[in-house]
Design a binder for this molecule. Sequence first.
Ligand SMILES: C[S@@+](CC[C@H](N)C(=O)[O-])C[C@H]1O[C@@H](n2cnc3c(N)ncnc32)[C@H](O)[C@@H]1O
Length: 303
Amino acid sequence: MDKVRSPLFYVGDKYKLMPQLSTMFPTEINTFYDVFVGGGSVSLNTQAKHYQFNDFDSNIMALHEYLLGHTQDLDAFLADMYERIDKYGLTHSEVRVHPQLAKFKEQYKKTYFAKLNKNSYMKLRDEYNQDKSQIALLYLLLVYGFNHMTRFNASGLFNLPVGNVDWNKNVTRALKHYGDFATINQPQLFNEDFEEFIKSREYQPGDFVYLDPPYLITASAYNQSWGEEEELRLYATIDWLTNQGVQWGLSNVVDHKGRHNDILNSWMVPYDVHEISSNYISRFDNTIKDSKEVYVTNVSTKI
Ligand SMILES: C[S@@+](CC[C@H](N)C(=O)[O-])C[C@H]1O[C@@H](n2cnc3c(N)ncnc32)[C@H](O)[C@@H]1O
């Protein structure tokens, strides 16, 4: 199976690591519990009979709910999105080259889409902030926003600036995969804290719990609410799963740019630990040798 991207283009998604991770997952999975689902790229690239998506970020879960409900009739969904793109006057490079694009590319080397879309994007952002039940607008903000992210200020207003991105064929392709996945698998959605979610499931033989929490020692927007207390609570919850005889796998980072996760390092000793060729490899970052990414599991794997 070719790996596919999530149309949420989530920062820190596991899309690139899937060829490594999936070889260590159980070969037959009954229900796949994606406890920290984010954009859902692990579920989208994993075969199972049933799926449950959970994340405590209610905006992410609202986007999943919206996409699950709409991408199954992809043509209608795209027609609606394209109409909105035209209404706001956003660029749409999948369909047409903007007449000013060449000139803007020359003038603004790395910000040409951002410059072209800024006013339209601000209009879209204002309209969304006036009525945040318009999840279609939130999805458009994610497509055109900085790094395809979502971010809200303390008063709950979406406050991310425009990005140097637009709706291209990769967005449509990712939506098609998501729609196909939704049609076949009908995942169930949950918006709970991980411990509450994990402890309230009724596990069956063949079930598998996958955990991709925020990493204690790396920098990311969703790491802000994560500290040592959450880290300890996570490992106690995973030990609880082990005692229940439930299969699980955890992605995490032990060392990163001189920081060490000692809690993880000592907790993982009795389990199977596999080193992963890191997500953090970057041709711009020569400190990369300091990063050690791991996959820890209680499922005995063949490799
Ligand atoms: C590393 S990201 C997951 C990325 C995901 N595997 C993907 O491929 O897109 C971690 C996620 O954990 C979520 N999260 C943070 N604290 C949580 C908690 N206490 N309970 C459940 N989810 C939480 C964040 O909202 C974030 O989406």
